[in-house]
Design a protein around this ligand. Structure first.
Ligand SMILES: *[C@@H]1O[C@H](CO)[C@@H](O)[C@H](O)[C@H]1NC(C)=O
Ligand SMILES: *[C@@H]1O[C@H](CO)[C@@H](O)[C@H](O)[C@H]1NC(C)=O
Ligand SMILES: *[C@@H]1O[C@H](CO)[C@@H](O)[C@H](O)[C@H]1NC(C)=O
Ligand SMILES: *[C@@H]1O[C@H](CO)[C@@H](O)[C@H](O)[C@H]1NC(C)=O
Ligand SMILES: *[C@@H]1O[C@H](CO)[C@@H](O)[C@H](O)[C@H]1NC(C)=O
Ligand SMILES: *[C@@H]1O[C@H](CO)[C@@H](O)[C@H](O)[C@H]1NC(C)=O
Ligand SMILES: *[C@@H]1O[C@H](CO)[C@@H](O)[C@H](O)[C@H]1NC(C)=O
Ligand SMILES: *[C@@H]1O[C@H](CO)[C@@H](O)[C@H](O)[C@H]1NC(C)=O
Ligand SMILES: *[C@@H]1O[C@H](CO)[C@@H](O)[C@H](O)[C@H]1NC(C)=O
Length: 877
């Protein structure tokens, strides 16, 4: 037997590009991709009965081994592709990565087929998982070794790549026999999939006595497999041409035959089972009259599903013409669905049915790694013939991230991004490939200890976020590109190159005179002074509150240096920056622990000077402000280019995410009001409790964070400005903020006052009341304040209220909040209330809503019941 490594290198020799686009000859019929897994390279074939071209999988996968079944075990009628399998004795996850000819957004029928056939002579059918991308598609279980298992799905590609993966669940060796992709009509009227993809449960061709086995391509141009069912022993059929002219293009041979009943009074009965009562079931029934009826004959019937009328109108199939019946909404709530078709009173003929299809909706996560990143990393993989278990999606699922990669999962479009690539000591040869620059989010690139040669390419400086570049232990020639040196000088790039490389030995020396360090020193003076004034008691209060063991951070160390953390402590705290919580213009936020307390660590990305300034602002502000509704500072790190701020951890992310609907308690007006009040109190403190007053400048739902108890706290003080102490009543600044939340008055006048925050807060309140974004996604991109104002002026305020409250709120409470929000968003800033006033009114709104609960049975959640600190929060009685 070939060893896996030997086999790998054989495969790699043929590897030109690890994900070849479908070649012309593979694409037969056009758009089809048919892979015979385990088929040896060079034995591709065309099946004579269908004309479908099946190709070997050897250039699509670089793991697993090809195995053959004993011919005796393969049924004579079976497809040829069952005679070999690709088996995966090694690795927990093995994947086919396919780039179909029609990419993202296209609708495909994807079919995976399996037949064990005792190929490994172990006589033990394995059980394993089949994944599509990051999600489980299905569990593969065999009834017996000669049974075929087919999994089929109708799926709209969420990326240009499809990753079909086999997951070892420690119950035998995963394998696969064949993988088939068939493009469908993209029109939304063919298999409308609102609730996810559609997994085939069954697809039946009712046959007459003729009997015709399985119908597929070319009779079905989409190569759906129609299994014949001899339902009643009584069938009808026609040899005449029949019209299958609706979008489903049901094969004519399926329509030509139908089942009926012998006794005209009897209903037609059949059923299918699903795995779970929560499955959403989509049913398509196809009817066509195959008998020429006399003038006084009528065939009319109704369809009942679990004894409930399912067809909205009596069905009279058209002569030699298809009628497809399907509901707009899926069925759910049962595991058995029994169909009864009985004739109507006046019908003179028994019911018929020609075919049906049943699917269960399945949601796949839309995410996956950004395609540009996938394409770049696949190019890197093939260019360097990387032999690692690089399979499937590079970043997802999170516990299968490719070796040597780190990813961030919080980019704006929700696709994962590659932020670190470590190919140290991986035997790489040749030059640095240009596609690396397509990993635009890369922060760390470690190519050390390989045998790379050629020039160090200048394009590396296009990686705007790159802060660590290690090229040591290679064989580069020529000078180091000036831009990289400059970045190093600026202190935004930690560059490691061999000492003996060219004439640039000196660049290894640490330059302590670089600009950012000077900025850093200023910051640290500010920070230290502030720390002395405010720091130590808080340190005790917060970091050591739970007084547990400090994890790798020495307690006396912390106390001596106040809240200052060294970079290596930050590395420990974040467990080497393992978990990214989010990111913004400044850089990324990581999860970590100080002692037993969870913290969020915001690291400044070295790419912008604006970032430094904001960072500095934020750090020094946080030093002097303390309020239960402002995120509090745990410490900071200021070591050369490594600048970070460590905050208390806010377990429930932001109000923005909360409102997007994944959290518990989203349906309660009362809970939202409490959050609004929390945020208002934080802002009130900044405006009226601080001297000089502080203008936040970026109040928005994503800057209001929620802790474990869903207590809201204002965060992100990077844009904040201290109000001039005496004298002026405003500050002139460059306009900053977030569209939709920016005060238009400020935008025009450039005069910043605390009333700009009040405007933004009003927008936040409107977003919380309506559940809509600040700028509506309609054609006119109406601002939410205008929209609510319009609705209020035209009558019923409840029309503007988030429908997810289900009408459960006190109208007066909502009225008051809407009025408040509209006053806050007045164009004329002098008409806007102060935050003192806002807090008072919100307390009133909350009191009204709470008294509603006193009057009606409590209908909210219990999630706050354990928090003793929150006096205003409703208690479960
Ligand atoms: C898809 O369906 C639409 C609507 O019936 C039809 O106009 C179009 O020609 C179909 N496209 C293909 C490629 O079959
Ligand atoms: C259907 O059943 C009848 C009676 O059992 C049999 O004669 C006929 O061949 C069957 N047809 C098919 C297609 O199996
Ligand atoms: C048709 O089926 C429904 C539901 O089972 C039943 O109530 C009704 O009596 C049936 N009608 C006829 C004519 O068989
Ligand atoms: C993937 O990343 C590229 C480069 O940063 C970007 O242009 C593109 O919009 C991203 N793709 C998606 C789907 O967001
Ligand atoms: C890359 O991985 C090697 C070990 O495989 C490790 O020693 C090195 O520190 C890593 N580089 C980075 C930048 O994390
Ligand atoms: C980078 O990505 C773009 C778009 O995805 C592609 O056109 C280009 O060829 C890629 N560049 C390299 C060097 O691979
Ligand atoms: C490194 O590459 C050079 C030329 O590309 C080759 O001559 C040399 O043998 C390689 N060294 C190692 C250790 O692979
Ligand atoms: C470095 O590259 C040169 C020329 O490309 C080659 O002669 C030499 O063997 C290489 N050195 C090592 C250590 O691979
Ligand atoms: C190093 O500098 C010398 C003189 O400035 C120059 O002649 C030589 O080519 C340089 N070597 C490299 C590898 O750049």
């Amino acid at each position: 037997m070939l060893s896996i490594n030997c086999l790998l290198s054989v495969v790699l020799t043929y590897l030109i590009n690890s994900v070849p686009r479908v070649h012309a000859q593979d694409d037969n019929p056009p758009g089809f991709l048919s892979i015979d897994c385990g088929l040896p390279e060079g034995s591709d074939y065309t099946v004579s009965t269908t004309g479908i071209y099946y190709k070997s999988d050897s250039d699509l996968i670089d793991s697993g081994k090809s195995m053959s079944l004993l011919p005796a075990l393969i049924g004579s009628s079976s497809e040829k592709y069952f005679s070999t399998v690709r088996s995966f004795p090694q690795g927990k996850k093995n994947c086919y990565t396919i780039q179909p000819s029609a990419g993202k957004g296209n609708k495909y029928l994807i079919r995976a087929s399996f037949m064990y056939g005792n190929y490994d002579s172990l006589d033990q059918s394995p059980t394993f998982d089949l994944n599509l991308g990051a999600d489980t598609w299905s569990k593969i279980v065999f009834e017996d070794s000669s049974k075929v298992v087919r999994k089929e799905i109708i799926h709209i590609l969420s990326s240009d790549y499809i990753h079909v993966c086999l997951i070892n669940t420690d119950t035998g060796t995963p394998f696969i026999s064949a993988l088939e992709l068939r493009p469908l009509n993209n029109s939304n009227s063919m298999y409308k999939i609102d609730s996810g993809s559609l997994q085939t449960i069954s697809r039946v061709d009712f046959v007459s006595v003729r009997g015709n086995g399985v119908i597929r391509y070319p009779k079905d141009i989409y190569d759906r497999r129609w299994v014949s069912l001899n339902l009643t022993n009584t069938g009808l059929g026609t040899m005449l041409d029949i019209s299958n002219g609706n979008i489903y293009l049901v094969p004519k041979d399926v329509l030509r035959t139908a089942s009926t009943t012998e006794n005209i009074k009897d209903p037609l009965n059949f059923y299918w089972d699903t795995t779970s009562t929560s499955d959403l079931i989509y049913i398509y029934m196809h009817f066509a009259e195959v008998e020429k009826l006399g003038a006084n004959q009528l065939r009319e019937f109704n369809v009942y599903l679990n004894d409930k009328l399912w067809s909205h109108q009596p069905i009279v199939p058209g002569y030699l013409s298809v009628w497809t019946v399907y509901p707009e909404t899926p069925e759910t709530g049962n595991t058995r669905y029994a169909v009864k078709i009985n004739k109507t009173e006046r019908s003179t003929l028994p019911p018929i049915i020609n075919g049906y299809e049943v699917y269960a909706a399945k949601k796949f996560s839309e995410s996956g790694t950004n395609e540009t990143d996938v394409s770049a990393i696949l190019n890197i993989k093939s260019a360097y013939k990387v032999i690692k278990n690089w399979q499937g999606d590079p970043c997802e699922p999170e516990d299968f991230v490719w070796d040597g990669l780190k990813c961030s999962y919080h980019s704006s479009d929700h696709s994962a991004r590659i932020i670190s690539l470590n190919l140290s000591t991986s035997g790489l040869t040749g030059e640095i490939v240009p596609c690396i620059v397509n990993l635009t989010q890369l922060e760390t690139l470690d190519l050390s200890n390989n045998n790379l040669s050629g020039q160090i390419p200048g394009f590396l400086s296009q990686l705007a976020l790159l802060s660590v570049l290690n090229l040591k232990g290679n064989n580069f020639t020529g000078p180091v590109p000036p831009q990289l040196l400059e970045n190093k000088e600026k202190g935004i790039l930690s560059l490691s190159i061999d000492d003996n490389h060219g004439n640039n030995t000196n660049i290894e020396k640490k330059s302590n005179m670089s600009t950012p360090v000077v900025v850093g020193s200023v910051v640290s003076v500010v920070l230290l002074l502030a720390a002395i004034a405010f720091g130590i008691w808080r340190m005790r209060g917060r970091v050591f509150k739970k007084s547990g063991k400090l994890l790798q951070v020495n307690r006396s160390d912390l106390e001596r240096k106040n809240r200052h953390f060294t970079y290596s402590q930050v590395v420990d705290i974040t467990r080497n920056f393992q978990r990214v919580l989010g990111e913004g213009g400044f850089g990324r936020v990581y999860h970590g622990y100080v002692g037993n307390d969870q913290v969020a660590v915001k690291m400044l990305s070295p790419s912008s000077t604006q970032g430094y300034r904001e960072f500095q602002t934020e750090a020094s502000l946080l030093m002097r402000i303390h309020h239960k509704n402002l995120t509090s500072l745990v410490g900071y790190c200021n070591e050369g280019t490594n600048m970070g701020i460590i905050y208390e951890y806010m377990a429930n992310q932001s109000l923005d995410e909360y409102l997007s609907g994944k959290s518990y308690g989203i349906f309660s007006w009362e809970i939202r009001l409490q959050m609004a009040l929390d945020a208002a109190q934080g802002l009130e403190y900044l405006h009226h409790g601080c001297k000089p007053a502080i203008i936040h400048r970026d109040v928005k739902t994503s800057n209001i964070l929620l802790n474990e108890q869903f207590q809201a706290k204002l965060a992100d003080f990077g844009l904040s400005k201290a109000y001039p102490a005496e004298g002026g009543t405003h500050v002139s600044t460059v306009v900053a903020g977030t569209p939709g939340y920016i005060d238009p008055d400020y935008e025009n006048s450039k005069r910043l006052t605390e009333k700009s925050d009040v405007f933004s807060f009003g927008v936040v309140l409107l977003v919380m009341i309506t559940g809509r974004p600040p700028i509506l996604r309609n054609e006119d991109r109406t601002h939410i304040a205008q929209w609510v104002d319009f609705i209020v002026k035209n009558g019923n305020v409840t029309e503007a209220v988030d429908p997810r409250f289900g009408g459960k709120f006190d109208v007066n409470s909502v009225w008051k909040a809407v009025e408040l929000a509209l006053t806050c968003t007045s164009r004329n800033s002098t008409r806007r209330p102060t935050m003192n006033m806002v807090v008072i009114i919100l307390k009133e709104c909350l009191a009204i809503e709470i008294s509603r609960h006193d009057a009606y049975p409590y209908d909210s959640t219990e999630m706050f019941s354990t928090d003793p600190e929150r006096s205003l929060v409703p208690r479960v009685r």
